[in-house]
Every structure is written in C-alpha cells, then in structure tokens.
Design a binder for this molecule. Sequence first.
Ligand code: SAM
Length: 334
Amino acid sequence: NYILFTFVSLLWRFEVRSVHTIYRSRVWNNLLVYAMAIRGDWFYEESESWPGQAFGIRIKKILYEGKTMFQEVLVFESTDYGNVLVLDGVVQATERDEFAYQEMITHLAMMSHQNPQKVLVVGGGDGGCVREVLKHKSVQRVDLVEIDRTVIDLSLKYLPEMSKYLNGYESEDQESKNDPRVHVHICDGFKYLAEHTDQYDIIISDTSDPDGPAEQLFGKNYFQLLNQALTSQGVIAMQASENIWLRLDILKSLQETCSEVFPVVNYASTCVPTYTSGQLGLLLCAKDKNTNLKQPQKSWEDVKLNNASNKYYNEKIHASSFVLPTFVKRFISN
Ligand code: SAM
C-alpha cells in the first residue's frame, strides 16, 4: 500500500507523463522530497528533535528541490507565507515572518555595542542579517561567510527582499553591487574564523541547526574562535537552535558552554510562527564583562542610516526579550 501510495503521489505531484520520465529526471529528487515530508500539497517540518509535533505549511508551487554538497534544499511558494526556504527539512525563512528573526538576531547585538563598524555574519546565505546590519550608519564593512553557494543563488532568485544586498557577488570576497560595504565569502565559517583574530565588533552566527554542515558551530571550540575574532568590546549573537518548549537541558548546557568562554551570556527570545514551536532562542555573548546586553545602549533614531526602520525590533522589545517565563528560569540564568 505504501509503495502504491508513493507512486501515485509522485505522478500527481509532478504531473509527469510517463514512468520513464519519472525515472530519468525526477526519481532522486522525489525521494529527497519524501524524506522532507511533503504530503499532498502540505510541507510538514518533521524531526526526531521535536517528537510528536510538526508545523505544516501549504504549498502552492515547488520552485526548487535538490541536494548540494552540504544539504538538501527545498524552496516553495506557499499559499500564505510567501516563498519558503527549507534546508535538510527545516524551515530557514519565509517571506512573511523572516523579519522577526533577522531584526532580533541582528539589532540585539548591534544595539548593545556603542560603535559597531566591522561585522561578520556566519551562515546567513539568505542575506536577511546583512540587510539588517546595513541599517546602521556606523557600519563600514560586513563580511558574510556562507558555506553553500546554492543558498545564496536561490535566495537571490526567490527571496529578493532578503538577499538584495548580496546581489553581484560572483567570486570570493567580491563587493556587493548594491552596497560596497558587503563582502561575500564562500567558505566554512569555522575555517574562516580560525584565520581571523581581533577584527570584528559584532559577529552574528546565523547558521542552520547543528544536524547538518553547522554541526561544529555549536561547540566550545567554535565559541573560542568567535571570542578570538572579536575586538575588545565585541558582541556575538547566535541562534540557539533549541527553544524553551523542547530540550531545556540542551539549552542549559549550551549556555554553560558559552559561559566558559564569554564573561557575559544572556538568552533572548523572538516570536517566529514558522520556527519550531513558534519561539526562537538567541544567545547573546560579550567579550567585556561590563557589557550590558539586556538594554539598548543607544537610541534607534541616532544609529539608523537614512530612514531605516524595523517591523519587529524596538527599544522596549529589546529589554523584554530577555525576560524569562518562570519554568525556564530553573534552567537558564539571565
Ligand atoms: N535563520 C535560519 C534558521 O532557521 O536557523 C538560518 C538561516 S541561514 C539560511 C543558515 C545558513 O548557514 C545556511 O545557508 C547554511 O548553508 C549555512 N551554514 C551551515 N553551516 C555552515 C558553516 N559551517 N559555515 C558557513 N555557513 C554555514
């Protein structure tokens, strides 16, 4: 029954005209898609990391599906969330709610530093964090280090509002056509950091979850490299992978590991409907023990370039994002 169901679904989904066509051009990708839990016209984000739950997004049209050297990639147009980027079966961004993530991971760090001039984004091939960093007039240079060129290329095609400042990158260390402050490097973030010390005022670790190419970007060695790459007042922001509704023990141990390297480590939350459980955790770390990450250190009016504005971040939400529910306080100290 399962084989019959799979076969009929494949025929239906891709409107293929012959078994020969399926076999020749689609069979591998179709198998991938099944691994990524598409049923009918719904995508379900299923994983053993969050047992017993799966957020579903309705598909209007599949735009791209394939496998790169690093990960499985799916891009689809959804009925209600705009275009959606999925890596290894996990939603990375949707056009409708991406700003809640990009603005918070970026501005919590940028607003905690008096004068961020040089910024590194590790991962972030969709370009959303770079877009946010560029809103700050103090910024002179942003380096984006993404391991997988395909993510950038697909984002330029299907997520134009997020990736617009990556436009024009062609080879390594190329300036963006839309903003010469942006430099794109196709490289493993771990390797890049090992070669750069004492350079960045802010580092944003905008990586995928630790199950794929980002595996080593959640360990102590990586945090040490981040610390070394920062200037003396430097701040990092990283997506914490776990949220408060799932493995609080993992979150606790991640915070403890960060605290072995950084003197200040705080956990902040943002609300993103298409991320697992709707809440996403961010870890903010500072190199100087006197840094206050929990309050903005300046006003948006003073830092914004031209008329740059936000849809989610504001100075009050900065402070409130560090406030923890009672059941979480047993595990995480802020
Ligand atoms: N907001 C996102 C989320 O849902 O967690 C992250 C978005 S961004 C698309 C994550 C990027 O990190 C991916 O494009 C992936 O290729 C990149 N990445 C993963 N491992 C990396 C590594 N070791 N070095 C550089 N980039 C990496």
